[in-house]
Design a protein around this ligand. Structure first.
Ligand SMILES: O=C(O)CCC(=O)C(=O)O
Length: 331
């Protein structure tokens, strides 16, 4: 089935065919049941100290030149400037666990480093990072200091990974495009979903060095910070898995199925652009708006999922339109 085996309805059957150690089996069972697992004491004190020093001396230092997004809470993709952050994103122990859980090569593609609690409202990562086949994505969050009720623990709702992958098409009454300014509507919706299903909220009071792996669709966020002076050094790496099509539902039109494809994903391990495919098979894409694509495998417009150069040259566009008419794909 085109779903991670660990999230498959046939999980138990598949598990019985696998040669897993007792430890791996327990991880797979827990991940399947709850949508997350904890790996205690994964990252050493030395590495943690190096990351924190890079955060303070580079990420949060306005004098240090970097093009990445950063504010007083988070630094995006510090791995580009911090070998130790990159080392955690490419940690071989994490990679082995992810490869075991997903049966595909993990691709670390984004890091976020936090100095304080994010206080981010409940959400699933699938609103930002989805894939075809679905659910080939996960987050690995690492505590770079002890987490307490004071400093804004990450929280999650076990079993919520089994919900549909909610996006704007599930609650907005119009088929219009969405933008980040609409995100609050998604957060309000997710809050209502959590209430409706009465999921149990669990804070992650991690010890320094502990890691939490969460599945793409589990609802999670950052608790309120009770002590404004408290730091919460931590980092998260987001992973996709090989041979999928990668897109952002938040910026796609999920009613008309026009996808915001992540054409510029970079594999942190190699620094190379990630090739998109459906289980290794390339699929054509047709650009419908500046940042949106439909996938089509009948008309060979492109050999793989890649954008056309922008703007689409008029001659080519006419040819595409003629082809779409011819195949009954456009009136
Ligand atoms: O670190 C946190 O407080 C939350 C991070 C998070 O929700 C995410 O990376 O998706």
């Amino acid at each position: 089935m085109n779903t991670p085996w660990v999230e498959s309805p046939f999980f138990k059957e598949i598990l019985a065919t696998k040669q897993l150690s007792e430890k791996e089996q327990k991880m797979a069972l827990d991940y399947n049941e709850n949508g997350f697992i904890v790996i205690p004491n994964l990252i050493s004190e030395t590495v943690i100290d190096e990351i924190k020093s890079d955060m303070d001396n580079k990420g949060y230092n306005p004098e240090f030149q970097m093009d990445n997004q950063r504010d007083h809470v988070r630094i995006q993709d510090l791995w580009m400037y911090s070998e130790s952050t990159k080392g955690v994103a490419c940690n071989t122990e994490i990679a082995a666990i992810l490869a075991m859980l997903y049966d595909r090569e993990p691709i670390p593609f984004q890091t976020l480093n936090f100095r304080v609690g994010s206080q981010q409202r409940a959400h699933s990562d699938t609103i930002h990072f989805s894939s075809i086949p679905a659910k080939f994505m996960c987050g690995v969050w690492v505590a770079l200091e002890d987490i307490t009720p004071e400093n804004g623990a990450v929280f999650y709702y076990p079993k919520s990974q089994n919900l549909p992958e909610y996006n704007f098409s599930h609650f907005k009454s119009t088929p219009s495009d969405t933008a980040y300014s609409d995100y609050i509507e998604y957060e309000d919706f997710i809050e209502k979903i959590v209430e409706a299903y009465q999921f149990e909220k669990k804070p992650f009071y991690a010890k320094k060095g502990d890691a939490l792996i969460w599945s793409s669709n589990i609802i999670h966020g950052g608790s309120k910070v009770l002590n404004e002076q408290a730091s919460r050094y931590s980092m998260v790496t987001h992973y996709y898995f090989k041979d999928c099509i990668y897109y952002t539902p938040m910026l796609s039109n999920m009613v008309t199925n026009e996808l915001f494809l992540r054409n510029n994903l970079v594999d942190i391990k190699t620094g190379e652009k990630v090739v998109q495919s459906f289980n290794g098979n390339s699929i054509s894409s047709f650009q419908t708006a500046q940042d949106k694509y439909i996938l089509n495998d009948r008309i060979q417009l492109n050999t793989e999922v890649m954008p056309f150069p922008e703007p689409i040259p008029p001659v080519r566009k006419n040819k595409i339109e003629r082809l779409l008419h011819q195949f009954g794909l456009k009136k």
